[in-house]
Write a protein that binds this ligand. Structure first.
Ligand code: FE2
Length: 386
C-alpha cells in the first residue's frame, strides 16, 4: 500500500510540476473568443437574420453615422458570443474582394488577451505573418489595443486587449438600440470553430497552431474514422493551454465521390471557416426555437434512434423528443454530448453552425460522424456536387 501511495504522490507531484511548467510556458495566454467577424454583402439584412433566427441581440454599430466612410458593422450579442457583420460602402477594397471570392464568410476570429502587443510579438517571433501591427484605439471610454496575424486562407486572428476600455464594444462603435428584439434562444458561448484546409495541408496548419500559437493537439481522426461509403475527410483538434479555444482543422481525403471538404473549397475558393459550434444548456429548447424561426437543420434518418440507448447508454433526455428534433448524441469516457448541425446559412454550400450541449463529454461527437456525413452527402447529391 505504501508503495502505491508513494507512486500516487509522485504522479501528482509530476502532474503539478507539468501544470506549472505548462502555465509558465504559455507564451500566448488566451482569455477567450472576443468576437467573430463576417464579411457579408448586406450587413443590415444579415443582422436581421441572426437576430430573428438565432436570437442574437442588437449590441453595437459603426457606420456613416459614427464617422466611417468605407464600411458598416453591426455587432450582435448572445451570452458571451459576439458576432460582427461588416459590409463595404464603396466599390473597391479588401472587403469587396473577400465577398467576391468567398461569398459571405468569416474574416476574423478575434481572441481576447491581456496584452495584444506581446501576443503579436510572440507569434511573429515564431513565424506568424503580420496582419495588423499593435494599434491603440481611443475614445471617451478608454482605449483598446488590437493586433493581428494571418491564419489559413484569408482568415485572420485579431488579438484584443480591452482591460482599459468601458465602452460597449470597441472605440468608434456606438450602442445599437433597436425596437426589434426577438428573444434569445439560449446560446451561451463559442465551443469551437472549425477550419477546412486544402489537400495535405492539415498538418501544416496544426503545426502553425502548435509552433506559432502554442496550442496542442488533443484529438486526431483519420479517414478510417471519418468516411462513409462515398466520401472521406481527416481532422485534428488543436486547443490552447487553458482549453478555452479549440480549433479543429479538416482536410479532404480520397473517397469514391467528392469529399464535403472539397465541395467547400471549390465554393469558398480557398481554405476558410467551415462551422462555428455554439453551446447551449438546453439543446431541445434552443433547437426548437431556431427551427420555429426558420433555421433548417441536417436531417438524420429515424433509424439513427433505433439502437441509441445501446450505443450511448442512459441519458437524461427523452429519446422520442430528441428524435422529433433530430438531435444527435455521443458519449465518451467523461460523459455525453448532444449536437445538431444547421444546413449552410449562406447561399454557397460553405458556412454552417453547430449547436452543442455538453454533459461532461469533452469530445466532438465522433460516433455521429458517419450519420452526419451521410446526411451531408444527401445534401451534396441534391446540389449535384457529390
Ligand atoms: Fe463541430
Amino acid at each position: 500500500m505504501a508503495t502505491i501511495k508513494k507512486i500516487n504522490d509522485l504522479q501528482s507531484t509530476e502532474y503539478e510540476l507539468k501544470k506549472i511548467f505548462a502555465d509558465a510556458e504559455d507564451f500566448l495566454p488566451l482569455l477567450g473568443t472576443d468576437y467573430v467577424e463576417f464579411y457579408v454583402g448586406n450587413a443590415k439584412q444579415s443582422a436581421h437574420f441572426y437576430k430573428t433566427a438565432f436570437g442574437f441581440q442588437s449590441f453595437a454599430y459603426a457606420g456613416l453615422e459614427t464617422g466611417l466612410k468605407d464600411r458598416v458593422s453591426y455587432v450582435l450579442k448572445q451570452g458571451k458570443i459576439r458576432l460582427v457583420l461588416t459590409s463595404p460602402l464603396e466599390k473597391n477594397g479588401e472587403i469587396n474582394a473577400h465577398i467576391n471570392t468567398h461569398g459571405d464568410g468569416v474574416k476574423v476570429m478575434a481572441l481576447w488577451v491581456d496584452d495584444a502587443t506581446k501576443s503579436f510579438e510572440e507569434t511573429i517571433k515564431r513565424g506568424a505573418k503580420p496582419f495588423m501591427e499593435p494599434t491603440k484605439e481611443v475614445d471617451e471610454n478608454g482605449y483598446v489595443i488590437r493586433s493581428g496575424i494571418h491564419t489559413y486562407g484569408d482568415v485572420v486572428h485579431i488579438f484584443v486587449e480591452r482591460k482599459n476600455y468601458t465602452g460597449p464594444f470597441l472605440p468608434g462603435y456606438k450602442k445599437w438600440e433597436s425596437h426589434y428584439n426577438p428573444a434569445p434562444v439560449g446560446l451561451k458561448y463559442i465551443d469551437h470553430i472549425v477550419g477546412n484546409v486544402g489537400w495535405k495541408e492539415m498538418n501544416t496548419w496544426c503545426n502553425f497552431y502548435a509552433d506559432v500559437m502554442g496550442f496542442t493537439q488533443i484529438i486526431s481522426f483519420t479517414d478510417d474514422d471519418i468516411s462513409t461509403e462515398y466520401t472521406a475527410l481527416m481532422s485534428k483538434v488543436m486547443s490552447n493551454g487553458n482549453g478555452r479555444i479549440k480549433f479543429p482543422i479538416n482536410e479532404p481525403a480520397k473517397g469514391n465521390k467528392k469529399s464535403q471538404i472539397e465541395e467547400y473549397l471549390d465554393f469558398y475558393g480557398s481554405p476558410g471557416v467551415q462551422h462555428i459550434a455554439v453551446a447551449t444548456d438546453d439543446i431541445i429548447t434552443t433547437v426548437a426555437a431556431m427551427r420555429d424561426r426558420g433555421i433548417a437543420f441536417l436531417y438524420v434518418p429515424d433509424t439513427y434512434y433505433d439502437d441509441l440507448i445501446e450505443r450511448v447508454g442512459e441519458i437524461d433526455e427523452d429519446v422520442a423528443v430528441l428524435k422529433q428534433h433530430g438531435i444527435l448524441i455521443d458519449r465518451d469516457e467523461e460523459g455525453y454530448l448532444l449536437q445538431l448541425f444547421t444546413k449552410p446559412v449562406v447561399d454557397r454550400p460553405t458556412l454552417f453552425f453547430e449547436v452543442i450541449q455538453r454533459k461532461g463529454a469533452q469530445s466532438f461527437g465522433v460516433g455521429n460522424f458517419k450519420s452526419l456525413f451521410e446526411a451531408i452527402e444527401r445534401e451534396q447529391a441534391n446540389r449535384g456536387t457529390l
